[in-house]
Write a protein that binds this ligand. Sequence first.
Ligand SMILES: [Fe+2]
Ligand SMILES: [Fe+2]
Length: 340
Amino acid sequence: MPINELYTKKVDVDNLIPGDIIANDIYLTNGALVIRNGTILSDRHIEALQRMGKRIVTIDIRNVYINAVEDSKIIMKKAEDGKNITPEEVKTAISPILREVKRERNVSRLLLELQSQDEYTFQHTINIGVISLSLAKWMGCTDNDELVRIAMAGTLHDIGKSRIPRPILRKPGKLTPGEFEIMKKHVFFGKKILEKDGTYGSDLECAILQHHERIDGTGYPYGLKGDQIHSYAKIVAVADVYHALTSKRVYKDKVNPFRVLEHLKKNIDSLDTEIVLTFIDNMLNCLLGCTVELSNGEVGKVIFTDRDKISKPLIKLEDRNEVLQLGERKDIAISDILVV
Ligand SMILES: [Fe+2]
Ligand SMILES: [Fe+2]
């Protein structure tokens, strides 16, 4: 069965880690098969590849996502049953995906990979962990322990939803004001779940309790403002709003990150300005060079992006040797991203 391209990754042999799975057969120059596709790499394999002088190999990362979703289901179920969840358990569950975040510099590609998982709740959980970690790195955090804690805060941010009645949690339409009041309690339930274990620390508890607080005081549960909100909560909030926008699917079946980043910028007053702009700049950087489909059916490559005209980058058209300034064409928009 051919592996979907989104689930493979080209990796320099020096960045291989034991446990990586090879996605293509690897041959010597004389045609002899050295490593078969599907092989789980050991230290010995990696050394052999280095000795061969092979620089780039393709690995299969399907299981990273499948396992991450499975593990987050188990954690959510334990929370639902009132069982204790330890920080070690959460760390173990997210460590393979954190490894990919460290290896994959192009976070927008990672996020697209994650979007192909169909179950929203679990996809959301992992996405927020990945985005929060990337954001913390982009904000200049280099302390590995702290990065892991921020990723854990992102992953656990909605754990309290495990205590919200299912009919409210899964209601397809808009919640009534009464239902919304119940939904808001997930931040308290989340904090309680962490407190039950008692070893998460106040920074993670704050992040979970405050991830719906907004800089301008319009958030909940306490209507905190500015610096009253913990920095982890501010990071998780940006990740949460971004992912909520991508999942609304109001634009098209497939999500167009340019439009979503533009919407995020419109929400900037309620979020931390520096974090939002750092996120937008880095995401745009990741999207530079991606192949897009335009609303007139043409295909091209993004060759220049601009924070002030997020959804109107410069496009080099594939068929004609021409650069299209989307900013000057109100009649054409990006309709889809084909390759990141
Ligand atoms: Fe939430
Ligand atoms: Fe959320």
